[in-house]
Design a protein around this ligand. Structure first.
Ligand SMILES: Nc1ncnc2c1ncn2[C@@H]1O[C@H](COP(=O)(O)OP(=O)(O)OP(=O)(O)O)[C@@H](O)[C@H]1O
Length: 252
């Protein structure tokens, strides 16, 4: 897969990748990111001036105990929620400068999401679901479905492409959701437990696909997971603790 060259940022990124991660362009940058929930009787500071930088082609796992704020962080990174303070910058664009309409376009252009509840459309087949982001972007149904079929093949779902979500297993639906996230050649993919429903063999296929994408394109991954094996497979593992990310050294 290659990153589309329709913007200046992406065209920079589609040139051969520097082998050294530290020399690659910054794809995601969070500074002083703070999220305080004020809905309950007491304010709850879930993220507290958190810092995170992820470069092109880099894969970062985020781990942390239940309630530590992993979902809150992913929602802020994807522009689904706004921070109380601080900022999220993706591919050079501060999300705070975008209104809701511009944010929707930006997400479609730059971000792929794989969330625990994959929200596939029940009335659409696997290939129609996977093609949807491209159709929203203005591509013809034919071109979008052709591209979607290529990705479905890579996640081992070509043979089931004409089935609707209700006729697919949990793991198959997850793979369709992954195909839908990758179909646009995003700059950043945000994943919440991407292998949660998958058996070991299928999970290994998905891991291999992520490896290829990170190498072939400039795609950066942020992956929230409880799966120790999946986390250890990424370039870095960060633990969310007391509202901040701390580097977790590799297991001995
Ligand atoms: N809309 C909200 N209003 C108030 N509190 C919230 C809201 N959303 C989440 N929280 C609280 O913020 C904290 C972090 O929640 P979050 O869902 O981000 O954690 P998590 O690390 O993803 O947990 P898990 O691993 O269990 O999914 C929790 O204490 C949760 O109860």
């Amino acid at each position: 897969m290659s990153v589309s060259t329709s913007s200046s940022t992406s065209s920079t990124l589609s040139s051969p990748m520097s082998p050294r991660v530290s020399e690659r362009p910054v794809m995601l940058d969070c500074q002083e990111l703070t999220r305080v929930y004020s809905e309950g009787p007491q304010d709850l500071t879930v993220l507290d001036r958190l810092e995170l930088t992820v470069r092109a082609g880099e894969r970062v796992a985020i781990v942390g105990s239940s309630g530590s704020g992993k979902t809150t962080l992913l929602n802020l990174l994807g522009g689904l929620d706004r921070p109380s303070e601080g900022r999220v910058v993706i591919a050079g664009e501060p999300l705070s400068l975008l209104d809701e309409a511009a944010l929707g376009k930006f997400r479609n252009r730059y971000i792929g999401f794989v969330y625990q509840f994959h929200h596939l459309l029940a009335e659409f087949t696997a290939v129609e679901n996977a093609a949807l982001p491209l159709i929203i972007r203005g591509q013809s149904k034919k071109a979008a479905e052709k591209r979607a079929m290529q990705i479905l093949e890579r996640v081992g779902m070509k043979a089931r492409a004409d089935h609707k979500p209700g006729e697919l297993s949990g793991g198959e639906r997850q793979r369709v959701a992954i195909a839908r996230a990758l179909v646009t050649d995003p700059s950043l993919v945000l994943m919440d437990e991407p292998t949660g429903n998958l058996d070991q063999t299928t999970a290994a296929t998905i891991l291999a696909l992520m490896d290829e994408l990170a190498k072939e394109s400039a795609c950066a991954f942020v992956i929230v997971t409880h799966d120790v094996g999946l986390a250890a497979h990424q370039d870095r593992v960060l633990r969310l603790e007391a509202g901040k990310l701390v580097e977790q050294p590799p297991a001995p």
